[in-house]
Design a protein around this ligand. Sequence first.
Ligand SMILES: C[S@@+](CC[C@H](N)C(=O)[O-])C[C@H]1O[C@@H](n2cnc3c(N)ncnc32)[C@H](O)[C@@H]1O
Length: 318
Amino acid sequence: MAEQKAEYISQLNMFQEILAEKPLSELSPDFENGNHQTDQDEPKPSPNGKRGNDLDGASWIKYSISIWSDIKKTAEEIALKHPAMFPAALPERLMQCFTTSQDQYILDPFAGIGSTILAAKKLGKIGIGIELSQEYAAKANARLNPQSLFSELEEITLTSVVHRDDSNNLLKYVQPESIDFGVTSPPYWDILNQKRSADYKEIRTYSGDKELDLGNIADYEKFIEALRPIFTNVFIALKPGKYFCVNVMDIRKKDRLYSYHEEIKNLMCSIGFKYDDLIIWDRRAEYNNMRPLGYPSVFRINRAHEFILIFLKPAHHC
Ligand SMILES: C[S@@+](CC[C@H](N)C(=O)[O-])C[C@H]1O[C@@H](n2cnc3c(N)ncnc32)[C@H](O)[C@@H]1O
């Protein structure tokens, strides 16, 4: 207890040193002019001195800024050609923020080519992914086990793995209340099947599985509802008091903007999650299709950011 208290005080001192060296206005341009945080935003330190992560003071401050602009795909990741992957650096940073070394089990129910699971493995954790596409699941497992000759990795249970399956079957692979943290990026509705007017990229689908691939559901309401049983599984699998992050982008189809991030927020809260916070993932550095969309008749937005929604499974149910 005394040790934990000393560590907490040493962290506080470190923050004060950082702030003394750098005025707050430099950490965030709006800090002095329009910061709407109040003291009530500050959670009280845990009475038992329990830490929320293992970050040092400088990283804690850096990562707490609500816009992340420094996370990009590596050349290796670009070469993998998944149509909607995120860089492993994104789940890695989220794990650094929301887990400690004690938190072992990480879940991604739409694992793609395994970015979350790879990041978990890199941090010494055990990642469990589910992915419908045979091709992507195989790619993910090859990334996880570059030396392995196995093509069927289903038998490997005590190590990071991506299971090829429909996420509706997630509870076949994980026990209720066994997961310490999760990150996922669900399909972007059926947007990959659409003609891409913003960037003229070729039309691609995820798994090609017409029935089970959520990316093939054309009706928006049905698509959102199809996510419900999967995120309910996630809720069941997560330990109480733990976090789960969802990365999405809003979607425009012709003259309608679909606020996908808001839809996810509403869905998750209706399942029982608490909406805890939001990070803007600024992707301007990777956005290479800047065009005068809609010119000259309608002003359209070049969407170069995504949302990372942060959810908490409450520690106690009411
Ligand atoms: C946005 S991608 C996720 C990419 C992943 N974050 C990565 O970095 O590789 C969504 C994934 O969900 C998968 N998917 C679609 N329907 C699914 C289902 N019912 N069960 C499991 N995976 C599904 C797709 O094949 C696709 O790879």
